[in-house]
Design a binder for this molecule. Sequence first.
Ligand code: CMP
Length: 139
Amino acid sequence: MITNRTFTIIKPDAVEAGSSGAILKMIEEAGFRIVAMRMTKLSPERAGEFYAVHKERPFYKGLCTYMSSGRIIAAILEKENAVADFRKLIGATDPALAEEGTIRKLFAKSIEANAIHGSDSDESAAIESNFFFAGMDIF
Ligand code: CMP
């Protein structure tokens, strides 16, 4: 069980807006070490697989369309208490409710196009990391 790692995606809206560099800077300055990273583009089917836990939600279809609409950056991050600390750094799902200074407050456009994803538990972090980095060497 991984306990000091979390997983993130810089989402299509933030990549398209040219905010990836600023977001990665905030992540590193908050003390996270990037241990794996790749830029990719999901098909709607792969996006649906990634967000399968939300399959019954009314926003699922739109979420899959949005998450496959452009390039994303997937990364594994390392830090003590990574999952909880990262969720604090990114702020609430809805940017209107996110605290000042959080990544979503600064960069998100809407509750759907909310700039960045962060795993909600160690278990999710392991599953989500595997989704993008299975079979790759991670140091
Ligand atoms: P994320 O933290 O990646 O997890 C699920 C995603 O679904 C969330 O970010 C948003 O992009 C999206 N989402 C969550 N709630 C809503 C909602 N009410 N309407 C539209 N999209 C949502």
